[in-house]
Design a protein around this ligand. Structure first.
Ligand code: RAM
Length: 903
């Protein structure tokens, strides 16, 4: 039977508030038969859920496309909900019934003049000690309502309430964008929150990223000085009429119980000042001011919202040697603590948040630098009170309790984990508990740092969208979760913040502040950081088949490459300007953050890489002239690179692991130099006692390069090292997220200097890509992106007996597992989603010995092709689940046995 399910519009389930001409639809096919390929589909759109009237019908359309399908010759209307359903036919003749119905709803679909409301602000705004204003508007309803939607945004952050109920599940709205150029609005369906008679609509505003503290220079008000609200409530009545409640001078404003709220600093709340919206004392309310501020930059929500994703209970209440009472959440997490307390009115309690306890077991907050992340709550007294903050988040595992009663219980506290609500897509487990913990830590690095923008860290006074970090981690992140809407939004900000000369800020959104001090004479365009402009859209294209985003970002990609081209005297080398180099590389000079790899080398290598990806993008998008230009440019850069950095006899002149890794990964060498470099890389790793010395730039590619160049077992050796420096070193130290420094906590218990020591920094978590793409072997195909062709090439190695991984792709679930059994037996299980093709590489197999579900390969009809490739077997097959069992070739066995000994 064939079914169509998982309907998505622009990656989202039933999105409300899309502003675009051509929303794309995607679906998944399921079949109980293997080899399922779609031959046709039909999409119907209706204004009603019952499909009485069909608004648009594709008819039976012969096509195998099932993701990112645009609707021909159709344009949506603003503020309209479209229901859609899909059915499909497959090549083998099966026909599905209609899918379940899904919908998408358009937003205001206009620029500034779509908004009739006024920006409103508090007259007292900006005075000290009245940071979070609270706005409200009373209105009466006397007719029956069909639907009611709120369109809303803010300068700052907002939280809406309608009739004493919080509107929506989203936090940190309207999200963080390049506020001067782009500001998102959200849409909420509030039909069920309205009531007959009097209604009260209210909103709190917080400073957020817009005008709270941001950056390490203790600056505030970076994007603007006034916080303000812009809101429209559109009510449709059953009689066909409409009424709009707009933010305007009819609104009233007062101070609120949220006395202070700041992303870095935390929140101060005085519950004595609390009152619900319906019986708030009216004398405190004053008229609002109207703010003259543009509406032309307002765009619909692009990313998925930040929500409360999960809740953790503390695992212990400790008393430290210094006598502090400290909760241990058991996990370095990002969000906040919700707590319940009973006590006297006016009593204040405090929660402090820290990532680690120091060597002595004391509460350690020096690495937070200027971010106090302190929650202060003053009780109203009487009943049990429950509180959680509004416009701030903390990065922490430990919570110091100040002023709490002696008899607090663990279950008075809940850790609320917040991040962008991305669909979880990847899972990886294997026979090594330490590697499983590493995978867990990588995942939690993403949870903690994908809170609306990809940040370097979530705890100290930084939490910025560092471009380099994002570029390093984007593919790992896209294995773990569906990051397409997340990066769509961020890349638009990147483009918005791109300089006229094509330069890319160090972080996006750019703060455009004086943060250049200490970073040299420029705060933009470091090699390997600015390249996020190219690497991120390309990766999203590969992982999700998103050609539209690639097309949208193409100009930005080109401009970045042109920027590099214009630097210095030689257009084919990049040997000028400020660069972070191989940031935090272990081969740096004492007290330096910058690894030993020559910065010009890193810069030129990334220049070549970005040009090669821009060339590929030009080909995908059909820009033939550009493609030819970038191809030639790439050749010239490679020639200049070789001339400058490779000796005539083929030796790389920069003797670091990172230099060797980059040359191999970016394919910058001729075959003689390549072979030498491969040997030399092995030696460099051996010289370091089979340890890495790489920093941010080299580490993500280290294991992939080793696996690709015949050093695969060495990659496993590095993975399994438990002493410093290694991925598992921090795991053995009890890490629950990935550290910024290989030696954040040293073997003697001392700490890396407090000025830059995050314990939740995803950059080194980029090893996750190698786990999925090499160890489990799940890979996409750049010519058939989005896993239209699924490559599964498991790479077993010494130290692992089995691996199980899966990935929810746009087409459906991909799975890859391998198990080493007794007597040289290998089992490989794979799942290939409907409407895709799989190519499976069985390592160390001989065709004659392979059985699929007990049958020799030539008797399995769903297998399209079988080839022997060296000591492996490659199989091309259609969708379905397969179990291959075979005897691993003797030669492979011996190698394995030796390696196991050496591990
Ligand atoms: C630090 C952070 C960030 C890195 C920059 C260069 O502030 O560690 O991750 O990208 O430096």
């Amino acid at each position: 039977m064939l079914t169509v399910s998982h309907l998505r519009c622009e990656y989202k389930i039933n999105p409300i508030g899309l502003d675009m001409k051509s929303p794309r639809l995607s679906w998944k096919l399921q079949s109980d038969r293997r080899n399922c390929v779609q031959s046709a589909y039909q999409i119907q759109l209706s204004l009603t859920e019952s499909f009485e009237l069909i608004e648009w019908d594709s008819g039976k359309k012969n096509s195998d496309q099932s993701i990112h399908v645009e609707l021909d010759h159709w344009l949506p209307n603003a503020r309209t909900r479209y229901y859609y359903r899909i059915r499909a036919w497959e090549v083998a003749g099966d026909e599905s019934s209609w899918s379940d119905t899904a919908f998408f709803e358009m937003g205001l679909m206009g620029s500034g003049n779509a908004w009739k409301a006024d920006w409103i602000k508090a007259p007292f705004d900006g005075e000290t000690d009245v940071s979070c204003p609270r706005f409200h508007r009373l209105f009466d309803l006397h007719k029956s309502v069909t639907s009611a939607k709120i369109y809303v945004t803010a300068l700052g952050l907002y939280e809406l309430h309608l009739n004493d109920r919080r509107v929506g599940q989203d936090y940190f709205t309207p999200g963080w964008t390049s506020y001067g150029k782009r500001l998102q609005y959200q849409v909420y369906d509030v039909t069920d929150l309205l009531q007959n008679g009097e209604n009260i609509l209210g909103a709190y505003l917080g400073d957020g990223w817009y005008r709270g503290h941001l950056g390490w220079n203790k600056e505030q008000k970076i994007f603007g000085t006034d916080s303000a609200l812009l809101l429209e409530l559109h009510i449709r009545y059953t009689d066909g009429s409409e009424e709009h409640i707009l933010s305007n001078p009819d609104w009233k404003v007062a101070t609120s119980a949220i006395r202070m709220s700041d992303i870095y600093m935390g929140e101060t709340y005085d519950a004595r000042m609390e009152s619900n919206w319906t019986n708030a004392p009216t004398e405190n309310w004053s008229p609002v001011d109207v703010l003259d501020y543009t509406k032309d930059i307002i765009v619909a929500q692009e990313n998925v919202p930040v929500t409360q994703i999960e809740h953790l209970q503390p695992i212990a209440l400790l008393t430290t040697p210094q006598g502090d009472r400290v909760l241990d959440m058991g996990q370095n997490m990002v969000g906040w603590v919700r707590f319940s307390i009973q006590g006297e009115a006016g009593h204040t309690v405090e929660l402090r948040h820290a990532e680690i306890l120091d060597h002595e077991g004391n509460f350690y907050i020096e690495n937070l630098r200027g971010a106090t992340q302190c929650i202060r709550y003053t009780l109203k007294g009487g009943e049990l009170e429950t509180y959680e903050p509004h416009f701030t988040f903390q990065g922490f595992r430990y919570v110091k309790l100040i002023g709490f009663p002696d008899d607090v219980h663990l279950n008075d506290f809940t850790g609320v984990v917040l991040h962008s609500d991305m669909e979880r897509t990847g899972n990886f487990t294997c026979s090594s508990p330490l590697v499983n913990q590493l995978h867990h830590n990588i995942l939690w690095g993403q949870k903690g740092n994908f809170l609306d923008v990809p940040t370097d860290c979530p705890q100290r006074d930084e939490r910025l969208g560092w471009t380099g970090d994002a570029q390093m981690f984007v593919r790992t992140a896209s294995y773990l979760m569906n990051t397409a809407p997340f990066f769509t939004k961020w890349l638009r900000d990147l483009e918005a913040d791109q300089g006229e000369d094509g330069g890319i800020p160090f972080f996006v959104p750019d703060l455009r502040s004086s943060t250049s001090e200490g970073w040299g004479n420029t705060n933009h365009s470091s090699a390997a950081w600015g390249d996020a402009a190219v690497i991120c859209p390309w990766t999203i294209y590969e992982m999700y088949g998103d050609v539209r985003l690639l097309a949208e970002q193409y100009d930005s990609m080109k401009r970045w490459v042109s920027y590099i081209h214009a630097q210095g005297d030689n257009p084919y080398l990049w040997n000028t300007g400020f660069h972070f180099g191989d940031w935090l590389g272990l081969d740096s000079k004492p007290d330096s953050y910058i690894g030993a790899t020559d910065k010009d080398y890193v810069a030129t290598a990334f220049y070549a890489y970005s040009v090669s990806l821009t060339h590929k993008a030009a080909e995908v998008l059909g820009h033939a002239d550009d493609a030819a230009y970038y191809d030639k440019l790439h050749d010239n850069i490679v020639a200049a690179f070789q001339d400058e950095f490779v000796t005539p006899s083929g030796k790389i002149a920069v003797p670091t692991q990172t230099a060797h890794v980059l040359a191999l990964q970016f394919d910058l060498l001729d075959s003689k130099a390549r072979n030498r470099t491969i040997d030399q890389l092995g030696k460099l790793v051996a010289d370091a006692g089979n340890h890495l010395t790489t920093g941010f730039v080299g580490t993500p590619y280290l294991n992939p390069v080793l696996s690709d160049t015949g050093h695969h077992n060495l990659a496993y050796t590095l993975l399994f090292q438990e002493d410093y420096p290694s991925w598992l070193y921090q795991v053995t130290q009890g890490a629950t997220t990935v550290w910024e420094h290989w030696d954040g906590i040293r073997e003697d218990g001392s700490l890396w200097s407090a000025d830059m020591n995050s314990f939740n920094h995803y950059a080194y978590g980029a090893i996750g890509e190698w786990l999925y793409r090499y160890v489990a072997g799940i890979n996409t195909d750049e010519h058939q992106p989005g896993f239209r062709i699924v490559h599964i090439e498991p790479k077993p190695g010494p130290g692992l007996e089995w691996v199980e991984a899966n990935l929810e792709t746009m087409y459906g679930p991909v799975a890859s597992s391998w198990y080493r059994r007794e007597n040289n037996q290998m089992d490989v299980r794979v799942t290939i989603p409907a409407n895709t093709t799989g190519t499976i590489l069985l390592p160390g197999a001989e065709v004659q010995t392979v059985l699929e579900n007990g049958k020799p390969l030539d008797q399995v009809s769903d297998i399209h092709d079988v080839q022997t490739q060296g000591s492996d077997v490659r199989i091309v097959l259609g969708s379905g689940s397969y179990l291959f069992i075979y005897k691993v070739l003797e030669a492979d066995q011996e190698v394995h046995a030796q390696q196991v000994e050496s591990v």
